[in-house]
Ligand binder design. Structure first.
Ligand code: FES
Length: 135
């Protein structure tokens, strides 16, 4: 990578930022979800909320919303594509590297943004499992 290129977003990142997949637009109650996760980024203070719909231990659908930056939006859009249709355990195994590979590399100084969606997804799965235990 040439000097200065670490500041450049790839075309895939730009596409996911400008056309985020599975983004929850507007009223949360319009999406019927089974569990929700909410996390904050300690570095910048941004937040991410993840809503999951689960059937037979599989994520059959999901939506998300955030106050995060372009990297957080693109990363979570990619994560949402990777997680849909996976079992809960498989979804938890999606790594920051998987997301980075999918997007063709994020700037390194934006790494903390790329984990926000995954942390929100993990929180949603934890909340889903806790609710199921109580039921
Ligand atoms: S700067 Fe806050 S999520 Fe990227």
């Amino acid at each position: 990578m040439k000097e200065g290129q670490d500041w450049i977003y790839t075309d895939i990142v730009k596409d996911h930022f400008l056309n985020p997949r599975n983004f929850l637009m507007g009223d949360e109650s319009k999406f019927k979800y089974d569990a929700v996760g909410l996390v904050g980024n300690p570095i910048c203070g941004d937040q991410m909320k993840m809503f999951i719909k689960v059937n037979d231990d599989k994520i059959i659908d999901l939506r998300w919303k955030t106050y995060g930056c372009a990297s957080a939006i693109a990363s979570t859009s990619a994560l949402s594509e990777l997680a849909k249709g996976k079992s809960l355990d498989e979804a938890l195994k999606i790594s920051a590297k998987d997301i980075d590979d999918y997007l063709g590399n994020l700037p390194k100084h934006k790494f903390h943004c790329s984990v926000l969606g995954h942390e929100a997804l993990a929180d949603a799965i934890k909340n889903y499992r806790e609710a199921k235990k109580k039921a």
